[in-house]
Design a protein around this ligand. Structure first.
Ligand code: F6R
Length: 240
């Protein structure tokens, strides 16, 4: 696990984009699990700027959606797929057909979760997982406590996650209580992981992720044992 501390959010965004651009240059058809949430948005904007300058071709990527709220179609304003489309797929020129979705509105959510894990296997594994860190240590919607072997599945959101996601949707009552998430087993098997962490409100949990025990109570602490993990944090998240 490598911890890179950079000055601020802009520097984090540039460094994250450089890491992703290197991977994409080396493997243009890479399979990437992609988070939404606020933290990686600057990384995606930097990548879009690289594309506009014709310095990046992301059109052959295969993108795996990290998580989805249960019961929402892709056009619901709260859909994480819609967010990923606006922030990454459209600006980077990745067609919908190249995305392995977690459709929150599927009639058989268990079946789509199993199909997702099968698709990751069929792709030869995940080349890069781009993740943000939840205030309770969650990755995707792998809420604590979680087993490292947990597959992709339906989960109930903890009150902490409902609370932290409420800011996006106008209030806690608008946050769905269930979600689909890529499982810890899929995330931990990725050949490379980029975890982006910004802001003083993440300081306590980031310290536990990096320096605390590996525990189901802090899902991201399992990254201590994963392959080729880069944590990019700004000074606000780590301290001077
Ligand atoms: C988003 C996701 C979440 C976020 C995490 C951090 O797809 O799966 O795990 O990455 O909650 O969110 P931000 O970046 O908004 O602090």
């Amino acid at each position: 696990m490598q911890l890179n501390i950079v000055d601020d959010y802009d520097a984090l965004s540039r460094a994250g984009a450089a890491l992703m651009a290197d991977l994409i240059a080396a493997k243009p058809a890479a399979s990437i699990i992609l988070a939404t949430g606020e933290t990686p948005m600057g990384v995606y904007r930097e990548l879009a700027a690289l594309r506009q300058r014709a310095q990046l071709d992301a059109s052959r990527l295969r993108i795996f959606q990290l998580d989805a709220y249960m019961g929402l179609g892709p056009d619901d304003r709260r859909s994480l797929y819609g967010w990923m489309r606006r922030s990454f797929l459209d600006p980077l020129g990745v067609p919908d057909a190249s995305v392995v979705r977690l459709p929150g509105d599927a009639p058989d959510p268990e079946a789509v979760c199993a199909a997702y894990d099968a698709a990751a296997q069929a792709a030869g594994g995940i080349d890069l997982a781009v993740l943000g860190l939840g205030p309770n240590g969650h990755l995707g919607f792998n809420e604590p406590p979680v087993d490292a072997a947990a597959p992709t599945r339906v989960v109930a959101l903890t009150p902490a996650s409902v609370e932290s996601n409420a800011r996006y949707w106008g209030g806690p009552d608008d946050v769905p209580c269930y979600a689909l998430t890529a499982g810890m087993s899929v995330l931990l098997a990725a050949r490379q992981t980029l975890l982006v962490v910004s802001g003083a409100h993440k300081r306590a949990i980031l310290y536990r992720v990096v320096a605390g025990p590996i525990t189901p109570d802090v899902p991201a602490s399992y990254l201590q044992q994963a392959n080729n993990v880069t944590i990019l944090a700004d000074k606000a998240a780590w301290g001077e």
